[in-house]
Design a protein around this ligand. Structure first.
Ligand SMILES: [Fe+2]
Length: 386
């Protein structure tokens, strides 16, 4: 009998990529038979003008809509439930999300509840959604989270101070309108956080136990695009050509990780972000080289390819030397984009580590990490990142 664990699948939304992609939103809403669209966003994205921009596109084609922007960074279960109530109250039948990971994950949650009922936190885990959710049209305004192409929704449980992961083909959007112009309003810090998040997606997807030929080329392309273009972009945030390259990298990283899943950086960063409400990309940045060091012996050949894709010359070097060079390259990239912080500077203390680790080893992302990890292993990695 063949081993089904070696089979691989690949899911992706319909993707429109390029300047002006967002302007096709009304056409897609119409194609899905929109009666009334729920536009989901957050106050920051509204201030940047992207909500009005989308509303105008809908108005021009006479499509009715209501807008929900009650979404915080690290979106909360209560916000999803409130949005789902708003969706029902206004008799919507299509959801458009415009923004970063927070509005997009909230929109996924609203879709889940509007079709399946119940409480959002009860859908934690893999393949827990049974009824198909309303059409989702996503317009990302950051180049990093890739919620616009992924089968992940990450929601904060404020009571337990933990982030839950919902992983299901049901939350892959129907259409992703990926328009680099929308990322022009990100400041250098957010550009760096989201860019490093995308880099982590690509690295974790490439060394994941779920990696394979359907995802590898996207992961490596993403590593090349982000490692080449993120530094110059943070130094020159108004450069649209660089915005486009980083967004393309982020999209490819998203396609890779949505299908190959992630690893210990994300498991540990979800735990950290739920505990202290810190930016997701910053959490990943603080953990990345420490998880690479931990995982290295179990995926040395793959890490060598990552090092080479980042432009490092590995000829004649031993495994230990390549590992050291890769870690330095990651540390330098983080430093050059302004993300050199350590956990302690962000309020993490030694006494938090056991509880953070306990939560991290329960996160579904830990399952595809190339090195099996127990709670003590995770504690040691947190300690190193302190
Ligand atoms: Fe991420």
């Amino acid at each position: 009998m063949s081993d089904i664990s070696s089979l691989r699948k690949f899911v992706s939304p319909e993707i429109i990529f390029g300047e002006g992609a967002r302007k096709t939103v009304a056409n897609y809403a119409r194609t899905f038979g929109a009666r009334r669209v729920l536009v989901v966003s957050d106050p920051g994205v509204a201030r940047a003008g992207w909500v009005r921009d989308v509303e105008q596109s809908l108005e021009e084609q006479g499509i009715d809509y209501v807008t929900f922007t009650d979404v915080s960074p690290n979106p909360r279960a209560e916000e999803v439930m409130k949005g789902a109530h708003f969706y029902r109250e206004h008799d919507c039948n299509v959801i458009v999300a415009v923004g970063g990971g927070s509005p997009m994950d909230t929109a996924k949650g609203i879709g889940i509840i509007s079709a399946n009922g119940g409480e959002i936190l009860s859908y934690e885990g893999v393949d827990t959604i049974h009824a198909p959710i309303p059409p989702l049209i996503f317009i990302p305004t950051t180049a990093g989270t890739s919620a616009d192409v992924s089968q992940f929704a990450i929601i904060s449980d404020q009571q337990e101070k933990v982030k839950i992961s919902i992983v299901s083909k049901a939350v892959v959007p129907d259409v992703a309108l990926i328009d680099p112009e929308t990322t022009m309003t990100m400041d250098p810090f957010l550009t760096a956080c989201t860019g490093v998040d995308a880099m982590v997606h690509a690295i974790e997807a490439f060394v994941s136990t779920g990696a394979g030929p359907l995802t590898d080329m996207h992961a490596l392309d993403a590593i090349r695009l982000i490692s080449t273009n993120l530094r110059p972009l943070v130094a020159d945030p108004g450069n649209l050509a660089l915005r486009e390259q980083v967004m393309l990298g982020s999209m490819k990283a998203g396609l890779a990780f949505s299908n190959a899943i992630l690893g210990a950086v994300h498991a540990m960063s979800h735990s950290l972000g739920g505990w202290l409400d810190l930016p997701h990309g910053l959490c990943n940045a603080m953990l990345l080289e420490h998880v690479i060091a931990y995982n290295y012996p179990n995926a040395a050949d793959r890490f060598k390819v990552i090092a080479e894709t980042m432009g490092l010359d590995t000829r004649g070097l031993s495994q230990t030397e390549i590992k050291a060079r890769l870690m330095s390259a990651v540390i330098e990239l983080k430093r050059d984009v302004g993300l050199s912080q350590k956990l302690a500077e962000n309020g993490v203390s030694v006494s938090d580590i056991p509880v953070l680790s306990e939560k991290a080893i329960k996160d579904p992302c830990i399952l595809t990490n190339p090195r099996k990890s127990c709670q003590r292993d995770v504690e040691v990695v947190y300690e190193e990142a302190l």
